[in-house]
Write a protein that binds this ligand. Sequence first.
Ligand SMILES: CC(=O)[C@@H](O)[C@H](O)COP(=O)(O)O
Ligand SMILES: NCC(=O)COP(=O)(O)O
Length: 238
Amino acid sequence: MTRLSVNVNKIATLRNARGGNVPDLVQCVRDIESFGAQGITVHPRPDERHIRYQDARDLKMVVTTEFNIEGNPIKSFMDLVLEVKPQQVTLVPDAVDAITSNAGWDTLTNKDFLTEVISVFKREGIRTSIFVDPVPEMIDGAAAVGTDRIELYTEDFATEYAKGNFDAVRPYAQCALLAQELGLGVNAGHDLSLDNISYFAQQVPHLKEVSIGHALICESLYHGLETVIGQYLKRLAE
Ligand SMILES: CC(=O)[C@@H](O)[C@H](O)COP(=O)(O)O
Ligand SMILES: NCC(=O)COP(=O)(O)O
């Protein structure tokens, strides 16, 4: 069964918009786990525009499922992960000014760097995953750097699926098979949603975990609106 790790970046974005502690990220994470999520993902960025480094420390105390910290392994990120010791770290080659993650690792040109960084985390007992495009050479390269898992970068799939191009899943299925043959676990994420998740999970074998944030929070907002508006109307009529 594929596990669902909920990325809570967007909850922190909403909290930060007012400067207080609403919504309370820690309480949200407790609730998300009680609703059945099998993991919690955070992706602190250097500007801390959503998840702050302190959030990662605070969440470590409350997450009872799997804690996954994603990010570019710059020194401050590596220090944070080594301090917090989540179950999994996912390395993402995102630029400091990127709006969101927009590429997988070139595992060939970054071979020495990734090998070194991964060995540091593995020495501390932290499972490693690296964000990669569904390209066979990059999967071969991932196996060569010693990572435990890969995370397939699914933005292209999501974009093509929305246009009706369902064949866009094929490279992902092929790379998942290759990864399995090479002894790598397979995760996936980015722009997965209620629209595309069943098809993706049915077509891609050996999928251990998906991390979903942006769409899941938008969908939760939308599906909750009717209930909450009804509650306001009821209170105003009391
Ligand atoms: C690696 C990945 O695809 C997600 O972690 C994504 O980058 C979420 O980050 P943002 O919430 O900053 O878009
Ligand atoms: N690793 C992907 C992730 O955590 C969530 O990405 P998205 O659903 O916010 O695009």
